[in-house]
Design a protein around this ligand. Structure first.
Ligand code: PXG
Length: 443
């Protein structure tokens, strides 16, 4: 028998090299999800698992939404793919216009990508090319932040501030510096909403700029709320200061809203929630309710206009992806925006936020818990690490919760919860009860 005709064993997990996973540990005792509907996943043996994380912070309208599924099916049957370079198709223009209509501040233009990582690299390149187009080609530096997560491209890991994501690779973008992170449990533990203390950490931007000369800096990039690193909410006044300092020095401010975009904080974007407007915004995840991979960068008209010069037959931005504005993603995205609008899901998240906050903070005093923080429909529950074995306690809690029927995310010893915005109050109660039970069981 030739190798090609060998029967394939669906239980053989060896071929797949899994992303961000302890492959050997996982394959010894796999956790599989094979179906999803509304607030629930189902395992291959049909066990129900309550989705406490909206997948990976992305299925904001809940799973298996009929109108989104049908839009994808219809588009797949109508036109699978169309080239996006020097060609176009109607849905990509329609989706961009729909997004444009909901953009805050001066954001006005939409560039499509396929993921958050691509959005970040695209935004960094737009920043460099923008300054160059204006005769400021010396602006090549980026300032990120410790504990920032901006995906896994070389640009993203360079401006990102999560050490394990960087140190395996050695090589990074040059000319990058980092702000200090804003996590300060000594002063801010158990903050509800934005912490009181830490706005002054934004002043560190001035000293970093003084060190490098502000006229060499292209952009500052931050997540308005740092998600992956364990839910770090910006202190009151912090983002406002970053905005003012960037404006003062002609530096672009990039908000990475891959997690905070599309309703997570009870507004379409965190920029609105905090009333601080960036020059560039990166999104992904909730843009299509994760039904088809997609990301985007939103730019101000001023940035776009800086590119739109020279002869009309020149390509203005030498950048793009085969799948930028993929028809299936655009179809899914338009249907997703309809669901968000028709069901008022962003406002729903805002309405539920106080209940969410109260329920999550009621976990204070539960075994192992050392801090709880929240905003919108996000909560971070920080656990005391085991001596000499950081991360293992939260991992055991994740496994325990999964076996009990609740999906959570963990990073280090922090549990992150971010349910779909369709979550019902009894399901919020259930999440807290199941997490609490797991914390009491796990050593
Ligand atoms: N920026 C931010 C702020 C993100 O949260 C990315 C960029 C990269 O997106 P892509 O689509 O390239 O993965 C992200 C991704 C977690 C978790 O559990 C978070 C992300 C991805 C996977 C897991 O916190 N965020």
């Amino acid at each position: 028998m030739s190798a090609a005709s060998l029967p394939v064993d669906p239980n053989n997990l060896e071929a797949l090299w899994m992303p961000f996973t302890a492959n050997r540990q996982f394959k010894r005792k796999p956790r599989l999800l094979s179906r999803a509907e509304g607030m629930y996943y189902y395992t291959p043996d049909n066990r129900q698992v309550l989705d406490g994380t909206a997948g990976l912070w992305c299925v904001n309208a809940g799973h298996g939404r009929k109108s989104i599924v049908e839009a994808i099916q219809k588009q797949a049957a109508t036109m699978d793919f169309a080239p996006g370079f020097q060609m176009g198709h109607p849905l990509s223009f329609e989706f961009a216009a729909r997004l444009q209509a909901m953009l805050p501040g001066d954001l006005n233009q939409v560039f499509f990508t396929n993921s958050g990582s691509e959005s970040v690299d695209t935004a960094l390149k737009i920043a460099l090319a923008y300054h160059r187009a204006r005769g400021e080609a010396q602006r090549v530096r980026f300032i990120g932040r410790e504990r920032g997560y901006h995906g896994v491209g070389f640009g993203g890991i360079s401006v990102g501030g999560i050490a394990p994501n960087r140190k395996q690779f050695g090589l990074q973008l040059p000319y990058v510096d980092h702000l200090p992170h804003t996590h300060d449990p000594a002063r801010n533990a158990y903050s509800k909403g934005q912490p009181e203390h830490g706005a002054e950490l934004a002043d560190r931007l001035e000293s970093i700029l003084a060190l490098h000369d502000p006229s060499t800096v292209a952009a500052v990039i931050v997540e308005p709320v740092a998600g992956s690193t364990g839910v770090l909410i910006p202190p009151k006044g912090y983002l406002e200061k970053l905005r003012a300092i960037c404006s003062k020095h002609g530096i672009l401010l990039i908000f990475d809203e891959v997690i905070t975009g599309f309703g997570r904080l009870g507004t379409a974007f965190a920029a609105e929630r905090f009333a601080v407007m960036p020059d560039l915004m990166t999104v992904a995840k909730g843009i299509t309710n994760a039904a088809v991979p997609m990301g985007a960068v939103f730019a101000t008209k001023a940035i776009y206009d800086a590119f739109m010069n020279g002869p009309e037959n020149t390509i203005e931005f030498f950048h793009g992806y085969t799948y930028s504005g993929h028809p299936l993603a655009c179809a899914a995205g338009i249907a997703t925006l309809d669901v968000y609008r028709d069901e008022g899901l962003f406002a729903r998240a805002a309405d539920l936020a106080p209940y969410w906050e109260a329920t999550m903070h009621a976990l204070k005093g539960t075994r192992h818990v050392v801090d709880i923080r929240n905003l919108g429909l996000v909560a971070g529950i920080e656990l005391e690490p085991r001596a000499g074995a950081p991360g293992t306690r939260a991992y055991d809690v994740l496994v325990d919760c999964f076996e009990a029927g609740l999906l959570i995310r963990t990073t280090g010893d922090i549990v992150a919860l971010s349910p779909p915005l369709i979550v019902q109050k009894p399901q919020i109660d259930q999440m807290a009860e199941m997490l609490s039970a797991a914390l009491r069981r796990v050593a």
